[in-house]
Write a protein of this length. Structure first.
Length: 63
């Protein structure tokens, strides 16, 4: 089993749009609601927190 190991190719991705971030955030928040982890009283703050967390994860910080 002497095989050459090639590193994975570098994938150049497109910038993540705000629309894509909102869709992912919506899916996460919907799962929280379905699991009973989110109530309407704290929906707004939770949505903002999830959006910010996802955005900070997928977009590099601006210098």
């Amino acid at each position: 089993m002497n095989q050459d190991i090639n590193p994975p190719p570098i994938i150049r991705s497109k910038p993540i749009t705000d629309d894509a971030l909102l869709k992912v955030t919506k899916e996460v928040v919907v799962k929280f609601i379905e699991a009973g982890r989110l109530s309407p009283d704290n929906f707004s703050k939770t949505f903002q927190n999830v959006f910010t967390s996802i955005k900070d994860t997928v977009r590099p910080p601006r210098s």
